[in-house]
Design a protein around this ligand. Structure first.
Ligand code: PLP
Length: 396
């Protein structure tokens, strides 16, 4: 008899975003004329930049003309796209062979799909609080998940100890939800640990474009990472592609485990399980990595960074401790007076109509913390930040 994948039964219900939208809908039904201010979203709000839009239009026109029409594209990526990504890494002195770059339709898809490369008996290590996909994708694949807790004691940047149990290590830097970013020395510790153990790091670099200090944007800026890491990245937050969908994954050619080459295995996986990514989108991706594209996308990132500054200023004025905000679009604040994160959510929604994200939704060690996002509208962000300052100050 056919048996369904019983691992689905091991997933915990994800109450976070469902719980938020249910509470907001109930509030709005009771107060239909009251505007709400959203600092909870992880989605971008600015439109795609001009050069990307122009390229998308041109690529659509290519598809209307027999002379330029493109059918299936190569499964691992159009060579020009793979070269464009390698060129982007070269700007930071990271040398990649374009054949080490694989196009994808976004980081979420890859975070789950990449698990095909590893035997389900190899446990995963997730630093918590964490983006929920790491845990859920691992559980669906039947993998045991170990946790390494982050907190104020390690500035939300946990490091491996000799007794850390890990074969597959998820690292996210800059981090969602904490906004914390590893420095070179800290990432070197992870790389050395992974090489010693024969583990593989899955490095989620979805927020690298928000880094402004001297922090690594890529795990491959760290010596010896090529023998122990895979990098998963996306144009979602870099260039506003959340609804357009495009990303890339880097697997070095020397990455091998047990005599098997992971780059070669991923070619086999992609050529079996995909038929490539849209020609139109890859053309737009190539435009992102031109000088013009990289300059234009900074304009949107600067808007988000200004939002982050507005939020941080309000928290400073209220005497609230927080992490992130400088190298990431997220600000991770301690709830005032030791409040629980859902209680603080209720307080903000009901008293000042501001919506944020309770830290508990990112894992139990997120309890007592709260995520504010800088992806919203600048005017709404200013109003929301001032309201948070006032309520937190009044609450003291
Ligand atoms: N990784 C992290 C840490 C994220 O926060 C997100 C989205 O919010 C993703 C990956 C998924 O990005 P994508 O839109 O490329 O699927």
């Amino acid at each position: 008899m056919l048996k369904p994948n019983g691992n689905y039964g091991n997933l915990k219900d994800s109450y976070l975003f469902f719980g938020i939208s249910k509470k907001v809908a109930a509030y709005q039904a009771e107060h239909p004329d009251m505007p709400v201010y959203r600092l909870g979203i992880g989605d971008v709000s600015r439109p795609l930049c001009d050069v990307v839009i122009k390229t998308l239009h041109e690529a659509v026109n290519d598809q209307a003309d027999g002379a330029t029409f493109r059918g299936y594209t190569p499964e691992c990526g159009i060579p020009e796209f793979r070269k464009a990504v390698a060129g982007y890494y070269a700007r930071r002195n990271v040398t990649l062979d374009p054949d080490e770059v694989f196009v994808s339709s976004g980081a979420s898809d890859e975070l789950g799909d990449i698990l095909d490369l590893f035997d389900a008996s190899s446990p995963a290590l997730v630093t918590q609080p964490a983006y929920p996909a790491y845990v859920d994708a691992s559980i669906i694949a039947g993998r045991k998940v170990n946790f390494l807790n982050a907190g104020p004691d390690n500035d939300f940047l946990p490091l491996p100890g000799e007794d850390t149990e890990a074969d597959l290590i998820y690292l996210c830097s800059p981090n969602n939800p904490t906004g914390a970013v590893y420095n070179r020395e800290q990432l070197q510790q992870w790389v050395d640990f992974a090489n010693r153990r024969g583990a593989v790091i899955l490095f989620d670099a979805a927020y690298e474009a928000f880094i402004e200090g001297d922090y690594p944007h890529s795990i491959f800026e760290i010596p010896s990472a090529r023998t122990c890491a895979i990098e998963i990245c996306s144009l979602s937050k870099t260039a506003g592609f959340t609804g357009t969908r495009l990303g890339y994954t880097v697997i070095p050619k020397e990455l091998e485990r047990d005599g098997m080459n992971l780059n070669a295995m991923w070619i086999r996986n992609r050529t079996t399980k995909t038929n490539g990514i849209s020609y139109i989108l890859q053309k737009a991706g190539i435009a992102v990595f031109t000088d013009e594209g990289l300059e234009q996308l900074q304009e949107n990132i600067m808007v988000y960074k200004e939002n982050a500054r507005v939020i941080m200023k309000a928290l400073d004025a209220a005497g609230i401790r927080y992490w992130g905000g400088k190298n990431a679009p997220y600000i991770w604040m301690a709830c005032p007076d030791g409040m629980k994160s859902w209680d603080f959510f209720d307080l903000l929604l009901n008293k000042v109509q501001v919506i944020g994200t309770p830290g508990e939704g990112f894992g139990s060690c997120g309890e007592g913390f709260f995520r504010l996002s800088s992806f919203g509208d600048p005017e709404a962000t200013k109003i929301a930040a001032e309201r948070i300052r006032k309520i937190v100050t009044a609450d003291k």
